[in-house]
Design a protein around this ligand. Structure first.
Ligand code: PHE
Length: 339
């Protein structure tokens, strides 16, 4: 009864005091443990009476402890010595965002995935053979010139070593390493020696596409790219093909789409023409197939290459290429978050 009165009178909003209470009554060396130990020694008749009393006593202590624990955590536990106040609002944390180029790359890959294209990658440091010679570039082609290409080392088994100027080098690596059919996308970073401005950079990103099989025609090329554009920019986006030249495709073309920003009435992006060029493409030149050990009588194919920055500019209306590589959080956090 003496203890019962003490328990009834006990009140605290202090966690340390409550802990003292728990140790005193409910702890492994506490009062309750002690009286229950003594209880074992009493006679059976006394047990019947005392048992009830002791159980009530134990329940009383437990109830008090749990009520006070609830109260303390409800009102916010403030322990004087730590100064910790759990009622304070939490500190916000920033969630990262995906880079717009990564978002666009993903989207491009997903569209072509539906057509059965897989993904392949190749090295950024390339030799002359994979970047130029195998791709049918003549010895004196201006693209080999110092002005465009960052050369790293002269000579070597496969010619000069340089930073790749386009992802077409991965086409060569893929065809050398395997057997047709090939149906793959090859995303990656490429380098060109250009002065950095809003419209040019010394590196940018491309996605290369390659499809080689028996009886692949220019009609397959057109339909594939037409489907791609409808998926990426929405149905009703128009495409047009202009004849062009690349050493590694014959015939070659450049593909324009109807300007997605001004919807045809003219803007800086399409230079008031209503059309924007988005990629280069063509039928893989038979010389390239042969250079990679593929029978050009049996197989044909198409290839295309697009700049991811250009595709992203048209999607997000980004006007300065430098934003992509400056890592300014004010720019980056406008895009889709990681979660
Ligand atoms: N490699 C070319 C470029 O960088 C693009 C291209 C790829 C053209 C494949 C045709 C076929 O401009």
């Amino acid at each position: 009864t003496e203890y019962s009165a003490e328990i009834n009178a006990f009140d605290t909003s202090n966690a340390d005091e409550l802990e003292q209470f728990r140790i005193r009554f409910l702890g492994t060396k506490g009062i309750i443990k002690d009286v229950f130990d003594q209880f074992k020694a009493v006679s059976p008749e006394e047990k019947r009476v005392l048992g009830k009393v002791l159980n009530e006593f134990k329940q009383l202590a437990e109830a008090k402890y749990s009520t006070l624990t609830d109260l303390i955590s409800d009102t916010g536990l403030k322990t004087e010595d730590s100064g910790l106040d759990l009622t304070l609002p939490g500190e916000g944390f920033e969630v990262g965002a995906r880079h717009p180029l990564a978002l666009v790359r993903r989207e491009i890959i997903e569209i072509f995935n539906k057509l059965g294209f897989s993904v392949a990658e190749g090295p950024e440091i390339e030799d002359d053979w994979h970047n130029f010679s195998a791709l049918n570039f003549p010895e004196e082609h201006p693209a080999r010139d110092m002005q465009d290409t960052f050369f790293i080392k002269k000579g070597g088994e496969n010619g000069d070593i340089a930073l790749r100027t386009h992802t077409s080098s991965v086409q060569v690596r893929m065809m050398e390493a395997g057997k047709p059919p090939f149906r793959a996308l090859m995303p990656g970073r490429v380098y060109r020696n250009e002065a950095i401005s809003a419209r040019a950079h010394c590196f940018f990103h491309q996605v290369e596409g390659l499809y080689v099989d028996e009886n692949v025609s220019f009609a397959d090329l057109k339909q594939t790219l037409f489907y791609f554009v409808q998926e990426l920019y929405g149905e009703g986006t128009k495409v047009r093909f202009r004849p062009s030249y690349f050493p590694f495709t014959e015939p070659s073309a450049e593909m324009d789409i109807s300007c997605t920003i001004c919807k045809g009435d003219g803007c800086q992006m399409c230079k008031y023409s209503g059309w924007v060029e988005i990629l280069g493409c063509g039928m893989v030149d038979p010389n390239v197939l042969e250079n990679c050990g593929i029978d050009s009588k049996k197989y044909s194919g198409f290839a295309f290459g697009m700049g991811i920055e250009r595709i992203a500019n048209l999607k997000f209306e980004i006007k300065d290429l430098r934003l992509f590589s400056e890592n300014d959080v004010r720019f980056l956090k406008q895009y889709k978050t990681v979660i």
